[in-house]
Design a protein around this ligand. Structure first.
Ligand SMILES: CC(C)(COP(=O)(O)OP(=O)(O)OC[C@H]1O[C@@H](n2cnc3c(N)ncnc32)[C@H](O)[C@@H]1OP(=O)(O)O)[C@@H](O)C(=O)NCCC(=O)NCCS
Length: 106
């Protein structure tokens, strides 16, 4: 059964054919003006080549081409994740809320 949620994914492929990184944008048919990024990930062996930024640009461009009414994309990240936060800032993402998460070690 379809729930109307579409996931546009970009993959970075290394010269040996393995996946070096990935990123996505999720868009619900109920509101195609809004997208959400779930995860951006680069294999540690391939970090330092701006693949995270390239993947986020690729999925944004694909989402805009597919959903021309798209107006905003949300992404979330830990405050301590300097590398991802640097990418987000360079791409123009701005903080809209801070989420306090609590963890109990078992
Ligand atoms: C965030 C992430 C995608 C960035 O990777 P990237 O695109 O290769 O990063 P950049 O090319 O912008 O790297 C810039 C510098 O930071 C370093 N770097 C990037 N990520 C690093 C990490 N997690 N730990 C240590 N150093 C890191 C790079 O080696 C590079 O160093 P240099 O300038 O001396 O060459 C990657 O760190 C990652 O996959 N992290 C785990 C997943 C994650 O936290 N995702 C975000 C939440 S969804």
């Amino acid at each position: 059964m379809s729930i109307g949620r579409h996931i546009l994914t970009a993959l970075a492929i290394a010269p040996d054919g393995s996946v070096a990184g990935s990123s996505d944008v999720r868009i619900n048919e109920a509101d195609p003006t809004h997208g959400q990024i779930a995860i951006t990930l680069v294999d540690p062996a391939h970090r330092g080549h701006r693949l995270g930024m390239a993947l986020k640009i690729a999925t944004r461009d694909n989402a805009l081409a597919t959903y021309p009414d798209l107006r905003a994309v949300d992404t979330c990240n830990a405050e301590v994740n300097d590398h991802m936060n640097a990418v987000n800032e360079a791409l123009g993402y701005r903080s809209i809320e801070t989420l306090l998460e609590l963890q109990k070690k078992l």
